[in-house]
Design a protein around this ligand. Structure first.
Ligand code: PGA
Length: 240
């Protein structure tokens, strides 16, 4: 299975900035890994135009559970797809924390994304306090159980909260243990299908640590925040 390097731009990227990140990706050449960029919703269509005909895929960062309706300010999976997206990040910890998203809501969004033809990337991860208490697998296990529908076909991203945007990366040992736990959990629930679900690692992935993190067993790629806002760094990670 090819590894996926996904860039989560979060709430960054006016028109010129988005073009400056996306345009150099056209000249990336063969990488041996797949690339995905997830710009803010306002830039999806523009980035899709820039990257048209290239192998770089485009994703959203969230979607609503419904196809359309009276939901001021929300964006449906069908709208993301219509703008040029093939993927969508769901249940990112910033949405779970800042918007009170529950596992149940994330699961409803996963169903909506799949119904619209998008590949969901479902984020899970424990807080610092939860890890200190030794609850990390319990927390992640509960998130997987609640956030994934029984017919799940998509991607998982393990992002320990204490590693996001902090420069504090999980050790290879932490990542290996958690990715093995997630793989076993998926295999128990989904059987053979669970073996082929990609599990990305996210949290302060940088060019300097990418090669070692991407070499850990059961790591199917990276979900990159800060470093994905710089095309050079993003491509260095993809080549690591
Ligand atoms: P970071 O963000 O790479 O800036 O730590 C990762 C993420 O939140 O997806």
């Amino acid at each position: 299975m090819r590894q996926l390097i996904a860039g989560n731009w979060k709430m960054f990227g006016l028109t010129q900035e988005a073009a400056a990140i996306a345009t150099p990706l056209l000249a990336a050449g063969p990488l041996g890994r797949d690339l995905l960029v997830c710009p803010p919703a306002t830039q999806i269509a523009a980035v899709a135009r820039i990257l048209a005909g290239s192998p770089v895929a485009i994703g959203g960062q969230d979607c609503h559970t419904e196809v359309q309706g009276a939901h001021t300010g929300d964006i449906s999976a069908a709208m993301l797809r219509d703008a040029g997206a093939s993927h969508v990040i769901l249940g990112h910890s910033e949405r779970r924390q800042n918007h009170g998203e529950t596992d149940e809501l994330v699961q409803a969004k996963v169903r909506a994304a799949v119904a619209a033809g998008l590949t969901p990337i479902v984020c899970v991860g424990e807080s610092d306090a939860e890890r200190q208490a030794g609850w990390e697998t319990g927390v992640v296990g509960k998130q997987l159980k609640g956030s994934l529908p029984d017919d799940f076909a998509g991607i998982i991203a393990y992002e320990p909260l204490w590693a996001i945007g902090t420069g504090r990366t999980a050790t290879e040992g932490d990542v290996a243990a958690m990715h093995r736990f997630i793989r076993e959990t998926l295999a128990r629930r989904f059987g053979a299908a669970g073996e082929s679900i990609s599990i990305l690692y996210g949290g302060s992935v940088r060019p300097a640590n990418a090669a070692s993190l991407l070499a850990v067993p059961h790591v199917g790629g990276a979900l990159v925040g800060g470093a994905s806002l710089n095309a050079g760094q993003f491509l260095e990670i993809a080549r690591a």
